[in-house]
Design a protein around this ligand. Structure first.
Ligand code: PEP
Length: 258
């Protein structure tokens, strides 16, 4: 995936979900750094370890350009929120950004679009890069509701971001039915939805729509990555299962490098 005419650099982010201890994270960092090779020079690369392994990943990737993301955060700076972590806490660790609104959290923790809008703004204000996840369920797609769902998620999620800062957000289009199912969207489905997401950003700012990176997520694997990445609006991927082995993730980064 050579750099788009718009100048958007390919972007690959691995979501570890609730996998890897500190010891395992350290081993992964070493293996990824030795497997990335030249591809790492053409692609922005990030990983999202669980909270407990963030410091080890930040330390291991220090000076390499690989970005470390948290998988969630609170919109509040501090307060009576047992079990939560704030943007200043992540920043102090050296974390680069945060994934917000992953469908597993929307489903299991009841994250709402309105609450996510506050989190996106809090992340940006703190100096963290938000990756906002959006995507329809199978039922919504089958019922012709995909665009309505995406519109709501994108508009509410970015509602509080001033137009001139929209380009600092990364969006991951992750159809829920494709996550962890081995049933990736087709390249055409990914392109259609991602072009729609980009157009929604364009309703707020044409310039931001050109700049914002929109990733595809959902069962990306070495055998389907190149076709998905060949689509003009797809800027890379948020990868779950296939990012858990460093060598596999490095293979996907190489596919994104084109
Ligand atoms: C994800 O969890 O964001 C994801 C895309 O998972 P998978 O690649 O395993 O479908």
């Amino acid at each position: 995936m050579p750099e788009a005419p718009s100048g958007r650099r390919p972007y690959m982010v691995g979501n570890w979900k609730m996998h890897k201890t500190i010891v395992e994270a350290r081993a992964y960092v070493e293996e990824l750094l030795s497997s990335l090779g030249a591809a790492g020079g053409h692609v922005d690369v990030g990983v999202c370890p669980p909270y407990t392994a963030l410091a080890a990943a930040v330390d291991g990737f220090d000076g390499t350009g690989v970005r470390v993301f948290a998988q969630n955060m609170s919109a509040a700076r501090d307060g009576a929120e047992t079990g939560e972590v704030s943007a200043p806490m992540l920043l102090e660790l050296g974390v680069a950004g945060v994934v917000l609104g992953h469908s597993e959290r929307r489903r299991d923790q009841g994250e709402t679009d309105r609450a996510l809008g506050e989190k996106v703004l809090a992340a940006l204000d703190a100096g963290l890069e938000p990756i906002l996840c959006v995507g329809e369920t199978e039922q919504e797609r089958d019922g012709g509701e995909m665009q309505r769902r995406l519109r709501h998620q994108v508009q509410e999620g970015l509602d509080q971001v001033p137009p001139e800062r929209l380009g600092e957000v990364t969006i991951a289009y992750e159809p829920v039915w494709a996550i962890g199912t081995d049933r990736s969207a087709t390249p055409e489905q990914a392109q259609e939805a991602i072009a729609f997401v980009r157009a929604l950003v364009g309703d707020r700012s044409e310039e931001a729509a050109e700049r914002v990176r929109v990733l595809y997520g959902g069962s990306v694997k070495p055998d389907n990555a190149a076709d998905i990445f060949s689509q003009p609006d797809v800027d890379g991927a948020l990868v779950g299962g296939a990012s858990l082995e460093a060598a596999d993730f490095a293979e996907l980064v190489a596919a994104a490098a084109g």
